[in-house]
Ligand binder design. Structure first.
Ligand code: DC
Length: 223
């Protein structure tokens, strides 16, 4: 019997568009590594803030980015990025990181520091026997894995997204982050040509997942 193919699924979209919830379920259903690249940008932002490296100081940024070591630990099916051996803390979902992450993420040197690390998650997934990976972010289908087997782009009405964050008990500057993430020069948030665009505003999580799972099942039977 031929070996099952290794599948790469890219899910991009704005804040609270449904990426994390749906990609975790897909990872479970198809036995995939789940990679939340937003958590990588958040962790790196928290680290730079802790080191008092300003986004406006290119030399200090370059020095800090060149000095840190990025490795991966698994947390269930999810890839957890370690910086110099340390996992992210709860502060990566807090107000300070929310306010700064899009500013750091707009800097080309910051994006380059994470590029190879993100692509390297394929090796992590293969080393742990996963059948593929599902990676969520802003530029996965456009920059990180433009040749991914499946590329989805999720979007939803801002009012609905704010409700979702409130239901999670979280405060988030969704609209402002989307504005910054969409308007930056390097790897902006955009629906890449050829990606499947899904408006999740009036869909349940189950409906969103099923829509993606139907497509994926044409290449990979559920685990
Ligand atoms: O997915 P999230 O909302 O946790 O992401 C936090 C921020 O990280 C987001 O506002 C922009 C940045 N980000 C990015 O620029 N590129 C990615 N692939 C993922 C996240």
């Amino acid at each position: 019997m031929p070996a099952a193919p290794f599948i790469i699924i890219a899910i991009d979209g704005g804040a609270a568009s449904g990426k994390s919830s749906s990609s975790k379920i897909l990872a479970e259903r198809f036995n995939l590594l789940h990679v939340d690249t937003g958590s990588f940008y958040r962790h790196l932002t928290a680290e730079l803030l802790a080191r008092q490296v300003a986004a406006s100081d290119p030399d200090a940024l370059q020095a800090a980015l060149g000095a840190i070591q990025l490795t991966t630990r698994l947390d269930g099916r999810s890839a957890c990025m370690l910086i110099d051996g340390r996992p992210a803390g709860d502060e990566i979902r807090g107000a300070e990181v929310n306010a700064h992450v899009s500013h750091y993420a707009a800097i080309p040197a910051v994006r380059s520091a994470l590029l190879a690390y993100q692509r390297g998650q394929v090796d992590v997934a293969q080393a742990h026997g996963f059948r593929g990976l599902v990676m969520e972010g802003r530029d996965i289908g456009s920059v990180i894995f433009p040749a991914a087997d499946f590329r989805f782009f999720l979007h939803a009405d801002p009012v609905e997204r704010a409700k979702r964050r409130a239901a999670e008990g979280r405060q988030d500057s969704i609209t402002e982050r989307d504005r910054l993430d969409s308007s930056r020069k390097t790897s902006p948030l955009t629906c890449p040509v050829g990606a499947t665009d899904i408006d999740t505003t009036d869909l349940t999580l189950e409906q969103v997942v099923n829509r993606m799972a139907e497509a994926i099942a044409t290449k990979l039977p559920p685990a």
